[in-house]
Design a binder for this molecule. Sequence first.
Ligand code: NAD
Ligand code: 3PG
Length: 389
Amino acid sequence: MFRIKTLNKISPAGLSVLDQTRFSVSGDVENEDGILVRSADMHEYPFPDALRCIARAGAGTNNIPIDRCSEAGVVVFNTPGANANAVKELAVCALLLSSRNVVGGSAWVREQAGAGADVEKVVEKGKSQFVGPELSGKMLGVIGLGAIGVQVANIATKLGMTVFGYDPFLSVDAALSLSRLVHRAMDLETIYKNCDYITIHVPQTSETRGMINEDSIHMMKGNVRIINLARGGLVNDDDMLAALECGKVAAYVTDFPNNKILQGKNVIPIPHLGASTPESEENCAVMAAQQMRDYLENGNIKNSVNLPTLVQEWSGISRLCVIHRNTPGIIAQITGVLSKDGVNVENMTNKSKKDYAYTVVDVGSRVSDSVANEIRAIDGVLRVRLLNH
Ligand SMILES: NC(=O)c1ccc[n+]([C@@H]2O[C@H](COP(=O)([O-])OP(=O)(O)OC[C@H]3O[C@@H](n4cnc5c(N)ncnc54)[C@H](O)[C@@H]3O)[C@@H](O)[C@H]2O)c1
Ligand SMILES: O=C(O)[C@H](O)COP(=O)(O)O
């Protein structure tokens, strides 16, 4: 029985992927084999000995200590694209909210009613203070053309916007999905200097943290509108507050509000609703649970952020799954242990991702614990699992 701990509310559709006869799933299991998580902060989370994988039902993994996971041989999965449509739709909403003062106007209508005014009469007199520009004909910059950015860029062309997209690591899949109407910007300056609206869709990493700051805002046009449905740390709050105060930035829509940024004028806060639709919660949960199940039961890895994709058909009766450093000589040592102990290799795959590698070996006989322990003792080996078919 595999023990799976949930650190957030996970859609029941995802939990149903984990058959109750083989998986015990709850928020309070101990010494768990796997963790299902959304945005819970895991940086201080102590790993139990049994922990083998963490599945993030969502895209961003900055709440997970990836380096610590890799060193402990813990596979981290996410669910690329599974919530992209939900975020794209909220991005369209955010573009409109940043332009047409629906939030301010709506609050004003309620204030009028609260003050005893005849709302029907006052709206016609008061509405001019809430005028805002149309999106059509304006220039939109999309920073990050991944699962979400591509969809936002494409739909914005249908709203009549001229769209520039920037992504120095554009994948082939993303390029193939991108509308031919979207112009590729070769640098961020092009986006900053020309766009009336800028929307950010990059992961928060040490490279991207604070990328919207005094310097980048300085390059932007006056009255620019900035949408951040990606992560709060991508924007320097102090610099954004200054830019809102002087009117350089006309509106800042953020899905990651905090007490400081709320003090700024023309900040439109959203309580992290990007992926909060039943459809995307279900998509993410199902994908996360399927990937976790396939890893725990078969050792297959798909959509991991710290280890390579490796899916191997079973061809023996036992399978050794070895997570190790991506350094020379380790595979030879693994096969050396097996041949010394008379174990015949039926099939073997090795894949690497940056500093880490994964080797799956199918063998035709039962492998003893002592053989697995010999492999565990090899310098550079981080985790060995022994699965039987
Ligand atoms: N608000 C929400 O609820 C919500 C939902 C989903 C995702 N997100 C956030 O949005 C981010 C993007 O999600 P996604 O599904 O599109 O991820 P993705 O991995 O498909 O796309 C990210 C893209 O950013 C690009 N990129 C990385 N660094 C860059 C840089 N310095 N400049 C320009 N491009 C860069 C990558 O090449 C990639 O194409 C996630 O990492 C997450 O933080 C938020
Ligand atoms: O990175 C993501 O997928 C989003 O920020 C969604 O987060 P959530 O699962 O907590 O809604």
